[in-house]
Design a protein around this ligand. Sequence first.
Ligand SMILES: *Cc1c(COP(=O)(O)O)cnc(C)c1O
Length: 434
Amino acid sequence: MAKRIYLCLAHMSETGMEQKYIQEAFDTNWVVPLGPNVNGFEQDLESFVGQDKRVVALSSGTSAVHLALIACGVVPGDEVIVQSFTFCASSHPITYLGATPVFVDSEEETWNMDPDLLEVAIKDRIAKTGKKPKAIVPVALYGMPYQIDRIMEIADRYEIPVIEDAAEGFGSKFKGQVLGTFGKYGVLSFNGNKMITTSGGGALITPDQDSWREIMMYATQYRESYPYYQHEKIGYNYRMSNICAGIGRGQMTVVNDHIAHHKHVQKLYEELLADTKGITVHSQPKGQCSMVNGQCSMVNGQCSMVFDSNYWLCTITLDPELKIKGQENAYKTVVTGAVGGAAGVIHVADSATTDCQPNENVEALRVYMDKAGIEARPVWKPMHKQPVYKQAPAYVNGVSEAIFKVGMCLPAGPYVTDEDVKYIVDTIKDAIVG
Ligand SMILES: *Cc1c(COP(=O)(O)O)cnc(C)c1O
């Protein structure tokens, strides 16, 4: 197999719509961080997410998290509750604001924020600090919907706003409703590896016209309406460029195909790995039809399931007893590249190991797949185990740390063919000793 199979690659539409919109931007000289493509992309996103939401297109998902926190009134000294099992972009902006992230662990079914632990954390923070956390940030890890009905019930009871981090969950649904539309704000990402891409970019789903205007002000340096620059608040240069938005408009013509393909790849993995002892494919909670007034709620003539993941990445877990070829050599050499690459700039690690890392069979499987031309990755390391967040309060039950030790992400997305999935599964089976 000559081609290398990546975790999730950007994939342009067959019809070249992205280039058409970009060409239009050049032809009309809209090569700036506003313009017809930005407006058009925002409209496309608004019709996609529904619920009468207003959307602001931004330069990244990270900036969307940042602005949502500002809009929730987060200031230095505040606390914000955030799912620990996530990519750092969910929590870093809390730190940018001089606030403290309070990490909450996951439940086993969805791998996302444990609602019971969320309530424990809220009560304990109020007892310890005398004030409520300013926001709650659940994360749709690998696209999987969180238990949003329970999370919203708790958040509403304590009157704390929810910022949904649906960066990985674009198009995932809970009871037929798109993620990012339940909480006060919803974060989307269009980085190169996400469900759709604008090369780099993000968006914030806002609840109403006033919030939308305020986010728009913050995203464009908070310029007051005068003939000269007048600033009454600190703003940011976070608006999406009209070129990137052109890519986004093109991608919106294929978003449903992308989602369907990710789901198809997941199903194939589930089928092909069903009988492989020691490997479990992580799937959404099954068989629950979402009922409204005692009736199955239909969406587009189909029974809508409670959990409807976009399956952005397929994830598996390895039984600790499973033996993988080359396992005895796992972690023997220092790795010389950061995961995902950081513009080729790296720190050479001091050691080949840390005090919290995936099991040796997981690392051995990663290396085995890498040699076979397949990019596989450990699942994200929980934030409460990251050295940079050593001091942050954390409410843990061991779930995310346990999954981190046994979990692995497999390639998905439009570039991954049925043949590729078969090859990946065969490679996994080959790697198993015995
Ligand atoms: C990708 C991602 C983001 C946003 O990232 P950007 O790269 O800034 O667009 C936020 N949260 C999670 C969980 C993500 O995976």
